[in-house]
Design a protein around this ligand. Structure first.
Ligand code: ME8
Length: 656
């Protein structure tokens, strides 16, 4: 029977727009799932959405919608994104589905009947944003004395109410022992130590209900109509409700315990202390490994809506394609560590690895075989010592890849994959097939190119879990339509005589940032001022912070505004955000104006536009190009629109 493999991601809050953090965890789960399927394992990959709670309820109210209607609409963003990122989950569970709600209610009733749940009066600082209570010691006091939630920084309310509690504290010793006895339960090591630290303190009992009067959007407690379940108690149970707990014993026994539960470091406590003790109370064993991966920042800053740097993975897929996004996310940082996502870094990584190493290898091997050996897979011929060394290097890199993926060390798997591609490129460099071709050494030429093609096969196969589209594309060019790990560690897997296809470059080099990305970056960086280079961050801040002083009509009269017509436009040679424009102002010759509008407009889009020009500005040097004026445009941070004239007035007409 095929080996069983069950992996889960967190259930993402349906209310939030999916961003690269969500994409990261899900792609990571997908990579190992795809690899395990290649190994022939019986994989079950679960993801989904967390749909109850106050925030969802309030957001639905704001939209004037029923909560169910609201989540039915929002969940589509996750479903669509996983489709676009080629995620191959086997199940997508939503906490509002009847199959989940039934299990939650069965579990609650079971624990209640066994005396694991009791009612108590409770008082504490309630944070709506985090949907949890904090103690007096936990809350942070704001500058005006307001008590704030230590996680979200938003105000908390003092609430006293009766609630039901799960006897979590009763399992504290068992949990401590479990962590000690299962060194791989929590990965990476730093997180395990963090948990061991947290377990030194009393973990207390867990409040698992909210009064319906305050929060109607949750799963009702079966024995008390006045309460619904706390979101975490509800959501965590998805990992077992989705695989048949209390509904299909055979299916459940087949899947649980999971091999891996992936999560970010933000939700380590809920997944170890809450979830671990819930499982103990139910007489179940925790998953083999909970891997709490690190955190992404974007362009050096915490992702946040107010900074405007939340990266929409859809934008990345549009600009770079799903394969490249998947690859870069996995390659850029160690799974357990924090890392920074930047578009420049993306481009560098893409060009260095995918274009220069893998794409280059594929292109060279396929083109040379096509040009010199009729475009079919040639004979291996006898192996030289160098050929044997090459085979050994590939076998060792393949073993390293396997070890790395199995341990979720994706960046190391990428390194192993690149070791194969680099070995192939170096082999070609040393063997000089062009010289063999020139000297008419056809048999050796065949041997060298065959081995180069074999390396392409191994590379393409190892690429499959990371970049399923490009991996399959490269294999197809060599006539392989069903991928397999057979012969993955040998250089003898292709079929002699099989016709090859060279095709377009697999990973064309990326020269500039795609326009949509440049625009998004400009929004984040801000300061796209027409007729000038971006001001420094500090300058930008002070401009925003200081309201402008009133001016007299005379002051305004100093500014000479004129109608201009853009006659030509070209990208600035040294700054992506700038366009160099020739603007007709009714003078003897057009004026050259450098405008920071390239994040919004391409050269063609602005030619012919009637614009408003500040005509009496002193000339300025903008990155080596002289600007003789400035265009007006809307947008304080980024250019939102050019100020244009509704009538086609003659160039040079005065504007007042
Ligand atoms: O916490 N870097 O959902 P959530 C890396 N519904 N990963 C990130 C990230 C970042 N900047 N931001 C988010 C919840 N993630 C609960 C979970 S589970 C029963 C309930 C990823 O939408 C990471 O996996 O806030 C993190 O743990 C998860 O998204 C949080 O998703």
């Amino acid at each position: 029977m095929a080996e069983n493999f069950y992996i889960t991601t967190p259930l993402y809050y349906v209310n939030d727009a999916p961003h690269i953090g969500h994409a990261y965890t899900t792609v990571a789960a997908d990579v190992i799932s795809r690899y395990r399927r290649l190994k022939g394992h019986d994989v079950h990959f679960l993801t989904g959405t967390d749909e109850h709670g106050q925030k969802v309820f309030r957001a639905a109210e704001k939209r004037g919608m029923g909560a169910q209607e609201h989540v039915d609409d929002l969940v589509q963003r996750f479903v669509a994104l996983w489709g676009r990122l080629d995620i191959t989950h086997d199940d997508f569970i939503r906490t509002t589905e009847p199959r989940h709600k039934r299990v939650v209610q069965t579990v609650l009733q079971r624990l209640y009947d066994r005396g694991e749940i009791h009612k108590e009066s409770y008082a504490g600082w309630y944070s709506t944003s985090e949907e949890r209570y904090w103690t007096d010691k936990d809350v942070v006091v704001g500058p005006d004395g307001t008590k704030l939630c230590p996680t979200s920084g938003l105000p908390v309310e003092w609430i006293e109410e009766e609630n039901y509690f799960f006897k979590m504290g009763a399992y504290a010793d068992r949990l401590r022992a479990w962590v000690q006895e299962h060194p791989d339960w929590i990965r990476p090591e730093a997180r395990r130590n963090e948990l061991l630290g947290a377990l030194k303190k009393d973990i207390g009992d867990l409040c698992i209900t909210r009064p319906k009067s305050r929060l109607p959007w949750g799963i009702p407690i079966p024995w008390d109509d006045d309460y619904v379940t706390y979101v975490w108690f509800d959501a965590l149970l998805n990992y077992i409700s989705a695989v048949g707990f209390t509904a299909d014993d055979e299916a459940f026994a087949h899947r649980w315990p999971a091999n891996f539960q992936l999560l970010g470091k933000d939700i380590l406590t809920t997944h170890t202390i809450y979830w671990g003790t819930m499982l103990f109370a139910l007489g179940l064993t925790p998953a083999d490994c909970l891997y709490a991966h690190g955190w992404w920042t974007v362009e050096g800053r915490k992702m946040s809506k107010s900074v405007g740097n939340v990266v929409d993975p859809n934008l990345l897929v549009d600009a770079y394609g799903s394969d490249s996004v998947r690859y870069v996310l996995m390659a850029e940082k160690a799974f357990g560590a924090d890392g920074d996502f930047s578009h420049k870094g993306f481009q560098l990584r893409y060009n260095a690895d995918l274009a220069n190493k893998i794409g280059n290898l594929a292109n060279r091997a396929l083109t040379m075989t096509t040009n010199w050996l009729g475009g079919v897979v040639p004979e291996l011929g006898p192996a030289t010592e160098q050929d044997q060394a090459l085979a050994a290097e590939v076998a060792s890199a393949v073993a390293e890849y396997d070890k790395a993926v199995e341990a979720l060390q994706y960046h190391e798997a990428v390194e192993a994959l690149l070791r194969v591609a680099v070995a192939g490129n170096e082999y070609i460099q040393v063997q000089e097939p062009w010289a063999l071709n020139k000297d008419g050494q056809t048999e050796r030429l065949a041997g060298v190119l065959r081995r180069s093609l074999e390396i392409c096969r191994v590379t393409a196969t190892l690429l499959l879990p990371l970049c399923p589209g490009k991996g399959a594309d490269l294999l197809t060019r060599m006539g392989i339509t069903t991928a397999t790990l057979e012969s993955i560690d040998s250089l003898d897997g292709l079929t002699v005589g099989q016709a090859l296809t060279v095709g377009e470059p697999l990973f064309p080099r990326m020269k500039d940032l795609p326009a949509a990305i440049a625009e998004a970056l400009a929004q984040v960086e801000g300061g796209t001022k027409t007729g000038g280079d971006a001001p420094s961050k500090n300058k930008k801040k002070s401009r925003k912070a200081e309201p402008k002083q009133p001016i007299t009509v005379d002051d305004f009269g100093k500014v000479e505004l004129k109608a201009g017509r853009i006659v030509s436009a070209a990208p600035h040679p040294d700054a992506e955000r700038l366009l160099v424009l020739q603007v007709d102002l009714g003078e003897a010759s057009p004026r050259q104006i450098v405008a920071g509008i390239a994040s919004r407009y391409g050269s063609e889009a602005v030619v012919g536009q009637s614009v408003i020009v500040v005509a009496n500005l002193l000339p300025a040097d903008l990155r080596g190009v002289e600007s003789q004026g400035m265009l007006l445009a809307a947008g304080a941070k980024a250019v939102l629109g050019l100020a244009t004239l509704s009538e086609d007035v003659p160039p040079g007409t005065v504007i007042r």
